[in-house]
Ligand binder design. Structure first.
Ligand code: C5P
Length: 232
C-alpha cells in the first residue's frame, strides 16, 4: 500500500451482534494486507469450556481457576483467526447462538476479561492487525490507529442472522433469533466492565443502508487516509 507505515498499525472494529463485523473485518484485513483477529472467539472459547465442565456462568471463582489453568490461544492464520485450547483447534465448536450466549455471560467476569485482553494485546507483535469485538477501541487498544463502530437496528441485525442460520439448516423462528440477539446485546451494553459502547474517536457506520462492499470501501478509504495523513 502506498505510504505504508514502518510501525504495525491497529484497526479496531466494534459493534453489536449480527452487525456484520466479522465479514467486514476479514475483507478489510485482506484489502490492506493486515492480520485479522476475532476477539469474540476467545470469549466463546471460555463459554464453551465452562459448558463442557458443567459449570454455571455465575461461578466466578471456579471459572477464574479454570481459565488460569487452561492454555487458550488465539492463533492468526492467513485471512482468519482460530482458537486453540490445550493445543487443539476448537474453532468449529464455537459457532452458534448457544455458545454466543455462554460467551456473553462469562465476558462479564473480571478474571476472564483480564486474561483475554492480555492475550489480544500480544497479537500486535505479529504486525499490522484488524481486530473486531466489543471493546477493542475502548479497552484492548484505546490507542488504535483507526477505529470503527458498526451499527444497525435490532430488526436488521436479527433478520441477517436468521437468514444466515436458515441457510445453514436452522429451523427456529425469526422471533427466537431476535430475542436471543436482544438479550445478548442488553448484557453486553449494560455490564459494568468494558461495556459495548463506541469509542469517542470511532467512525460510526450504520450498515443498514449500505452493502458490505460499500462499508468495507469506506473503511479502506478511511484507514488509508489516516496512514497517508501520518496519523499512525
Ligand atoms: O463477537 P461474538 O459474537 O463472537 O462475541 C461473543 C460474545 O463475547 C459477545 O456477545 C460479548 O459478550 C463477548 N465479547 C466481549 N468483548 C469482545 C468480544 C466479544 O465481551 N471484545
Amino acid at each position: 500500500m502506498a505510504g505504508e507505515p514502518s510501525e504495525p498499525i491497529v484497526v479496531a472494529i466494534d459493534g453489536p451482534s449480527g452487525v456484520g463485523k466479522s465479514v467486514a473485518a476479514k475483507m478489510l484485513a485482506q484489502a490492506l494486507g493486515f492480520h485479522y483477529a476475532q476477539s469474540g472467539a476467545m470469549y466463546r472459547a471460555v463459554g464453551w469450556l465452562v459448558e463442557s465442565h458443567d459449570m454455571s456462568p455465575r461461578d466466578g471463582d471456579r471459572i477464574a481457576a479454570l481459565v488460569a489453568e487452561t492454555m487458550i490461544d488465539i492463533v492468526l492464520c492467513p485471512g482468519q483467526s482460530a482458537v486453540w485450547v490445550h493445543g487443539r483447534d476448537i474453532s468449529e465448536a464455537l459457532a452458534g447462538e448457544a455458545v454466543g450466549k455462554a460467551a456473553s455471560a462469562v465476558a462479564t467476569l473480571r478474571a476472564v476479561r483480564q486474561t483475554v485482553t492480555a492475550q489480544l494485546r500480544r497479537l500486535r507483535c505479529h504486525g499490522s492487525l484488524v481486530m473486531e469485538g466489543r471493546d477493542i477501541g475502548t479497552v484492548v487498544f484505546p490507542d488504535a490507529d483507526v477505529k470503527f463502530f458498526l451499527d444497525a437496528s435490532l430488526d436488521v441485525r436479527a433478520r441477517r442472522r436468521w437468514q444466515e442460520m436458515r441457510q445453514a439448516g436452522y429451523g427456529g423462528t425469526f422471533e427466537e433469533v431476535r430475542q436471543a440477539i436482544a438479550e445478548r446485546d442488553e448484557q453486553d451494553r449494560t455490564r459494568a466492565l468494558a461495556p459495548l459502547v463506541p469509542a469517542a474517536d470511532a467512525h460510526v457506520i450504520d450498515t443498514a443502508d449500505f452493502s458490505i462492499d460499500a462499508v468495507v470501501q469506506t473503511m479502506v478509504s478511511e484507514t488509508q487516509h489516516n496512514i497517508l495523513r501520518g496519523n499512525v
